[in-house]
Design a protein around this ligand. Structure first.
Ligand SMILES: Nc1ncnc2c1ncn2[C@@H]1O[C@H](COP(=O)(O)OP(=O)(O)OP(=O)(O)O)[C@@H](O)[C@H]1O
Length: 612
């Protein structure tokens, strides 16, 4: 556990350290401010001692004209000391302002950069990365972990810097003022510091559990909100409310040990402050009250006692600073590990974003050569056995088969969500899809699925997605082709209407029409329709299918089909067998429907009927 904790904190300092090096100008400024801040702190006890000495010396001169200046007196008149003190206060104010200003900016820079990097990493991750993750947990990483790191990125290193310099200065000052009392006082301080570190280490372990629990709770909340339709259609509001209450009970239970740990830390700090404050007087009384060194006792209480007390007060400040930072460190250590894990997570496949072969057209047949496929998440199960297939340019294909036979898997392979486990997919005559710059390939691919993906944004943004350079007129033209223009025009905001998150305000058919408009605009060379109409009722389905048929004209198309109407007109139907059998039949609709075999069985069993 100890080793794990150290690595968490190390991770935080590693992340933050990189930014400090990158932003070296800001770093120099911040360090200078911390040093200036420390310098101004030293001046308080020193000037106080000089003022005390000056006043006493002036008084002694009036009382006795032969009075000598005390040991350690700089010879500055107390009124000069006041001017210096004012200048120090001004310096302190400026340093505090600049430190906070630049520190805040540095923190935000770190937060924004980390968030951008995580978001980029997440969108570049391959699809299998998301198969075992909750959206809510990912959001916590993106939003709250980066915020926590940004917030503490300056606070922790500077607090540690200020605390160490303050402790060092205060200890040095007290030793200069009176080494005997200082040795005793410093021993007490060390004991308190050790007790504090123990209390911190004990608490922080428990605190990490809370941090992970809250991430889990956040994940659940987000996922439940995302599936609110299910809750609403099942009437399970009470069940969900009880479930959250139950989860929060676990969260509360974890808080109890933290409460005792935190209380110990606070007790050590507050009691420590009290003990240290008293220790100077007690040790001074003990050392000098015994009366064996009256000369030194007189000197100490006349010239140094007040300054000593001030120097000692400076020693207490770091305890509070460390208390504050210790919890920040606990939080940001966990956040740093989470962020690093996300940033370092490896993709299974390489989309060649920076080095692949860029294509500027999709030409020729698409060839599946000795392709075999198993999902990387479950490699023991064969989904598609070794097979060869050629998608001829400009031809329409439909894949049919029982549920789980691998129809959608074909679409996922064509979209390069996954690479074949064996064999290769060849495009543009001789290029392995695996070596292509994926985005340049997807430019020529259109994908329509059962659940249309509508973004939060207006109609223009939604239809232009993937072809951002298109003009508004082209969008309108595409919407006319998809027969959704009149509906859009009937909305008060027209094309500027913001479509709700995930298209909540649109019907299934309307959403699908918008996606079809997107396809008309994109004009892809390969069109993949993955059960695009299976969520629609029969009448809407017919209208949408007519639009899809229009889209399919003169381009290579692959339909993953459930219904008869979607496959009747395609050039070739491919039948997949259940349980990883792969292709069991091929042919046109008329050929297959009249031949005994898998397709006819499906057809006769009503699996390919209009109603399905
Ligand atoms: N990410 C995944 N990890 C592991 N197995 C998967 C994954 N996705 C799908 N499968 C499995 O692969 C098999 C084929 O899935 P696929 O979605 O291609 O079937 P399908 O023929 O399209 O089915 P349906 O008609 O029900 O949509 C199924 O047994 C499914 O459980």
């Amino acid at each position: 556990m100890k080793a794990k904790k150290i690595s968490k904190n190390t991770e935080f300092f590693k992340i933050v350290g990189r930014y400090y090096l990158k932003q070296w100008k800001l770093t120099i400024l911040i360090i200078s401010m911390v040093l200036l801040f420390a310098l101004t702190r030293i001046m308080i006890p020193m000037l106080t001692q000089q003022m005390t000495m000056s006043i006493i010396y002036e008084a002694n001169k009036i009382l006795n004209s032969n009075a000598l200046p005390p040991k350690g007196f700089w010879g500055l008149h107390w009124n000069i000391c006041i001017y210096i003190a004012l200048a120090v206060v001004l310096m302190d104010i400026i340093a505090t302002f600049l430190f906070n200003f630049f520190g805040y900016l540095m923190g935000r820079k770190i937060e924004v950069d980390l968030r951008n990097r995580i978001l980029e990493k997440l969108v570049r991750q391959d699809i299998s990365y998301y198969s075992d993750k909750k959206i809510g947990e990912l959001l916590t990483k993106v939003v709250s972990d980066t915020q926590v790191i940004g917030e503490w990125a300056v606070n922790i290193p500077s607090s540690i810097g200020i605390s160490i310099s303050q402790i060092f200065i205060a200890v040095a000052m007290t030793f200069i003022f009176d080494w005997k009392i200082a040795s005793a006082g410093f021993t007490v301080f060390l004991i308190i510091l050790i007790m504090f570190v123990f209390a911190y280490m004990n608490t922080v372990k428990k605190y990490e559990k809370i941090r992970l629990k809250i991430e889990e709770v956040n994940g659940n909340v987000t996922d439940r909100v995302a599936t609110v339709r299910l809750i609403k259609t099942t009437g399970t509001e009470q069940y969900e409310a009880d479930k959250f209450r139950e989860e929060h009970k676990g969260y509360y239970k974890l808080q109890k040990p933290v409460a005792s740990g935190l209380s110990w830390m606070l007790t050590v700090v507050f009691a420590g402050e009290f003990i240290i404050s008293f220790s100077a007087s007690i040790f001074a009384a003990l050392f000098y009250g015994l009366g064996n060194d009256p000369e030194r006792a007189k000197y100490f209480f006349e010239n140094t006692f007040a300054s000593y007390m001030l120097a000692q007060a400076i020693l207490i400040g770091p305890l509070y600073t460390l208390l504050n930072s210790s919890f920040g460190l606990a939080m940001s250590g966990v956040a740093a590990i989470q962020v690093t894990q996300t940033l370092n997570s490896k993709s299974i496949m390489d989309p060649h974003y920076y080095d692949g072969i860029e294509i500027n057209e999709l030409k020729g047949n698409i060839v599946f050569k000795d392709v075999e496929f198993r999902y990387p998440e479950k490699p023991e199960k064969l989904i598609l056995p070794k097979f060869n297939f050629e998608f001829k340019e400009g031809t329409s294909y439909a894949f049919v088969g029982e549920t789980g036979s691998g129809k959608s898997t074909i679409a996922r392979l064509l979209l390069r969500f996954y690479d074949p486990s064996n064999g290769e997919i060849i495009i543009n005559h001789n290029k392995n899809l695996k070596d292509i710059h994926l985005s340049s390939f997807l430019k020529y691919v259109g994908y329509v699925e059962q659940e249309p993906q509508i973004l939060f944004g207006d109609v223009f943004e939604n239809v232009k997605y993937g072809k951002f350079e298109a003009t508004d007129e082209e969008v309108i033209e595409a919407c006319k082709k998809a027969e959704i223009h009149n509906l859009i025009e009937s909305w008060p905001e027209g094309y500027k209407t913001i479509l709700g998150e995930r298209g909540f305000m649109l019907s299934g058919g309307q959403k699908q029409r918008l996606v079809i408009a997107r396809m008309f605009l994109k004009d892809p060379q390969l069109l993949i329709l993955d059960e695009a109409t299976s969520a629609l009722d029969n009448i809407v389905e017919k209208e949408i299918q007519a639009k899809l048929n229009e889209l399919m004209k003169n381009r290579t198309s692959v339909t993953i089909a459930h219904r008869l109407s979607t496959i009747k007109n395609v050039d070739e139907i491919i039948v997949l067998g259940a349980n990883g059998k792969g292709i069991v039949q091929r042919g046109t609709f008329d050929e297959l429907v009249n031949k005994p075999g898998h397709f006819k069985n499906l057809y006769d069993a009503g699996l390919m009927s209009e109603k399905n």
